[in-house]
Each structure stands twice: as C-alpha cells, then as structure tokens.
Ligand binder design. Sequence first.
Ligand SMILES: Nc1ncnc2c1ncn2[C@@H]1O[C@H](COP(=O)(O)OP(=O)(O)OP(=O)(O)O)[C@@H](O)[C@H]1O
Length: 280
Amino acid sequence: MTDSKIQIRHVGKVFNSQGRSVQALQDVSLDIQANEFITFVGASGCGKSTLLRSVGGLEQHSVGEILVDGRAVNGPGIDRAMVFQHYSLYPWLRVMENIKFCRQLKVVSDTVRSDADVEVASGRADALLTLMGLSAFAKAYPNQLSGGMQQRVAIARALMPKPEILLMDEPFGALDAQTREVMHDLIRHVHRLEKSTILFVTHDVEEAIYLGGRVVLMAPRPGRIDTIYDVPLPAERNQDMKLSAEFLSLKREILARIRETSGMNTDLELLEQLTRTVPA
Ligand SMILES: Nc1ncnc2c1ncn2[C@@H]1O[C@H](COP(=O)(O)OP(=O)(O)OP(=O)(O)O)[C@@H](O)[C@H]1O
C-alpha cells in the first residue's frame, strides 16, 4: 500500500468494434504522486488517450484497477477535470458564463443553495480570469477570441471546481508554436499555484520534457508503458533551458526510442533496402 495520489495497477483495455479486437492498453502500472506534473508521449495509437480517459472515468478499463486517493475509479468525479485539444466552449455563452457554467450546474443541483456559494463561485471565476490574463474579455463570446485565448477559457473552466487532478489531452495541439510557449509557462504557473496533479498527453517531445517532472513513453500494439524518464531540470523552468545539453540529450533519446517502438526504423530500413534493389 503506497500513499500515491493515483495508483494504476495492471490495467488493460480491449476495444471490440466491427469484429476487430484492439488491445489499447496491456498491463499498465504506474504510481503518480500528489502535485506531480507527469507527461505522456508515444507513437500514435499507443493508448495515451485511453489511459487518460480511464483515469478520468470516461472509459471503463477491462482489467486491473485505478485508484485515486485509495478509492477505485468507477466513473467521472468532481476531483478530476479534463481539457481536450478542441476547446469545447459553449459558443452562445460569454467567457465568464462559460467559466462558471459547471459550477453553476452544481450549485443549482445542490439541495441547499446559498448566496455565499454563488459569491464564492464568482470570486473564483474572477481570480481564474485574471490568472489566465482574460479579465478584459469576460463579456466576449468564444468566436471573438483567438485559439490560445479560447484554450485559456477552457482551462479556467476546468479549474473552476478546484479539481485535484487535471487531465490534459493534447490541449495545445491546435495552437501555433509561439502561443504554445506562452501556454507552457502559464500551465506550469497554474500547477504551482493550484497544487494540482497534472497528467498531460502530447505528441511533442519538447513540450513533454519542458512541462513534466517525469515523461512516460508508451509503445503501441499492444499499448503499454515502455520507459519512464526523470527530467533533469529544476522545478523553476525557462525557455532557455530547451537549448541546454541535458534537455537536448533527453529529447534525442526519447525521439530515438519512439522511432524504435513505433517500428518506424524498420519501415525506413525496408525503404532503404527497396531503393537499393530497385534499379534507378
Ligand atoms: N472507441 C474506440 N473503439 C475502438 N478502438 C479504439 C477506440 N478508442 C481507441 N481505440 C483504439 O485503441 C488504440 C489506442 O488508442 P488511443 O487513442 O488511446 O491512442 P493514442 O496513443 O492516444 O493515439 P493518438 O496519439 O493517435 O491520439 C488505437 O489502436 C485506437 O484505434
């Protein structure tokens, strides 16, 4: 028995669709500590999203168990919030209304609803708007905002109920490189401030190293954990660190391992052999 925030024990997941069976996860075990920022990378189809969704309770694993604070995950809960690549904001609601939406639903559904609840919710929404640098846009509609701003609204909305665990599935995948850099520093700041535990899935190895304290590399067919890397960078980070020898060496190592585990090396070797045997 450990005191890890999240315990993933021998988790497996099989999808059966159209007469085909896919082993999306096989024997995945991982302990994640409270307040950790852990990132997941790996070739397409290695089960990163499935694992994240399983921790979020949006997917039911076929075998094994997932425990949060020692309790089995059987479905979504207010202690876990998810942020996806596509902002999923309500286009007919203004920024502030979007942020308050879930909290309002909770307040309204509570049998005892006090004015104090609503006041606390408003105070938190204001604070989150400021944190995200969106105070001037409280009354704007989502389509009046850039992609980066919309994603900041989505993050503020996810943070609204003070989730202990934030599950982020390629949240910056649709943003341009400069906006992503801004978002990286912002999300690290949020992590420090809110003391949440963050699980972050990405295709971008540089993003995974810059954000994470550990990087989990997953491999496909069947989806599994291949290697876990400790990131040799201090807790306080800045963009210049991306050019440091430690950073670049870890990036090279992870990229090489992704190529190996995805079979891309084999494909390239095959292609080389073919071009050698096919006359010009
Ligand atoms: N609902 C589903 N029905 C059937 N198969 C699924 C379903 N969801 C995922 N899979 C399959 O499970 C495997 C793992 O998918 P998953 O989306 O978790 O991988 P991933 O690592 O997140 O991929 P990507 O990086 O491309 O987003 C893939 O082979 C995928 O096709």
